[in-house]
Ligand binder design. Structure first.
Ligand SMILES: [Mg+2]
Length: 144
């Protein structure tokens, strides 16, 4: 932890930089489906959140390893190269403390539980609804 880590933001670790500008809440969208990427980006932007999109778990891990940080990471479950559960485990092992919310289109309870156990804060059906985003934003503001 550097000298600048006294701010209350959970995921600041001294030299970590926020990829998005200003003091808007920032979201990393991790999804291999271009339509979901587009829907989630538009929805989050409508709520005033800054967004950055990558298409698999490895890109998310590499980005965070390079020093980027986000208030929220929206993590798809099934992706090529590195899936959501594996990426979430790696991020938590790297001590990334951002809120990580899983998004899944398939509803198997056992899969969702395994995904949660990888280190998620929450899990939602995708595509996200405006109501789901509202409650996520409220949670983020509370944790700020
Ligand atoms: Mg997928």
């Amino acid at each position: 932890m550097g000298a600048s880590s006294s701010k209350s933001k959970k995921n600041t670790a001294g030299n970590k930089k926020n990829l998005t500008s200003g003091n808007k809440l920032s979201v990393l969208i991790v999804d291999d489906d271009p339509i979901i990427q587009k829907i989630h980006k538009a929805l989050l932007n409508k709520f005033g959140l800054e967004t950055h999109v990558v298409e698999n778990g490895k890109e998310a891990v590499d980005l965070c390893r390079s020093g980027a940080c986000f208030d929220l990471i929206l993590m798809d479950m099934e992706m090529p190269i590195m899936d959501g559960p594996k990426a979430t485990r790696e991020l938590r092992a790297m001590e990334v403390n951002s809120m990580i919310v899983g998004v899944t289109s398939r509803g198997l309870d056992s899969e969702k539980q395994a995904f949660m156990a990888a280190g998620l804060d929450d899990c939602h059906e995708k595509p996200l609804t405006a109501d789901a985003v509202t409650s996520l934003v409220q949670e983020l503001v509370k944790n700020q």
